[in-house]
Design a protein around this ligand. Structure first.
Ligand code: NAD
Length: 291
């Protein structure tokens, strides 16, 4: 069994992006500028935005965080988005999700100029992705592709089973792996799938993205399968200083001996997500997707 080390892959890509940024700046351009809008006081969101800010610094980007109060109205947020859309000094921006309940996430996503939508959530970008056109790929699926590439994992003709059909993970990764170049035969499972154990057991590559801690057990996995665990669930723990620990969607101890490759949680897919956001921001600054 080979452990897929997301931290190592992320560090290697971070170096590559940093070198590209240095070249870009040396050629007389401004450093790429990423803006994150953070609405409210959600603890996990603050942590994620903090990590994104730190990574921007590491690769040589400029970064700005716009903090807005929990009671910000949808109108106020849409007005801020309009300003960023029109600001030529901003290459790309994200609105950290989830948003407070009184704001429509879909409306917000669709208000972002697709040219600056470095999260890749705008329907124009998802539509282009599905059509195989250049687009900003959503970060987590792109991170998974980078892991498969780095470890030279064969995908052509393999049966890939994706558990979960969300717009940010399950659906896009299933689509991308079915495209030319990856060439998987893909099955998507979801909460209404029948005979889930048998379906998952037929997977050469299993991507677990359902958000149920340790859902995937040894009896669901074929010997030699590649297992990518996207899930992150916080559970209380008396063994950590913080009082909680992270669990993936895969019962690692019993599944890992069966696998050819497996990602751990934490340290697998997680570190890759921010890297993909950096890749998209660099593409936005260089106007690689649309111009
Ligand atoms: P989501 O809740 O939007 O979607 C979950 C999907 O799983 C749904 O499509 C649902 O049909 C399916 N599902 C739920 N229960 C199921 C069951 N019992 N059997 C089969 N399918 C079932 O979740 P999401 O946003 O896609 O996130 C999934 C997990 O991945 C979460 O734990 C989330 O925290 C994590 N995540 C991690 C990263 C990362 O960077 N590592 C990024 C995004 C999400």
């Amino acid at each position: 069994m080979q452990l897929i080390d997301g931290k190592e892959v992320a560090a290697s890509l971070r170096k590559e992006i940093k070198a590209e940024v240095e070249k870009w700046v040396a050629a007389g351009h401004k450093a790429p500028h990423l803006v994150a809008i953070l609405v409210g006081n959600d603890g996990a969101s603050q942590t994620y935005v903090g990590h994104k800010e730190k990574c921007c610094g590491e690769v040589g980007f400029r970064s700005t965080v716009l903090r807005m109060a929990e009671n910000t109205t949808e109108e106020q947020l849409l007005a801020e988005i309009k300003k960023l859309n029109e600001n030529p000094d901003v290459d790309g921006f994200i609105v950290q999700l989830p948003l407070p309940k009184h704001i429509s996430e879909q409306k917000v996503i669709e208000a972002i100029d697709p040219h600056k939508d470095v999260d890749g959530f705008h329907p124009v970008n998802t539509g282009r992705m599905i059509s195989g056109l250049p687009s900003y790929l959503p970060a987590t699926p792109d991170g998974i592709l980078e892991l498969l590439k780095y470890y030279k994992i064969e995908t052509a003709g393999k049966h890939c089973v994706v558990i979960g059909r969300s717009n940010i993970v399950g659906r896009p990764i299933a689509n991308l792996l079915s495209q030319k170049g990856w060439d998987c035969t893909v099955t998507i499972c979801h909460s209404r799938t029948k005979n889930l154990t048998e379906v998952v057991k037929s997977g050469d590559i299993v991507i677990a993205a359902l958000g149920v801690a340790e859902f995937v057990k040894a009896d669901m996995i074929k010997k030699g399968a590649v297992v990518i665990d996207v899930g992150i669930t916080r559970v209380p723990s008396d063994k950590t200083k913080s009082g909680w620990k992270l669990l993936g969607d895969v019962k690692f101890d019993e599944v890992s001996p069966l696998c050819s490759y497996i990602t751990p949680v934490p340290g697998g897919v997680g570190p890759m997500t921010i890297i993909s956001l950096m890749k998209n921001t660099l593409k936005a600054a260089r106007k690689e997707i649309y111009e």
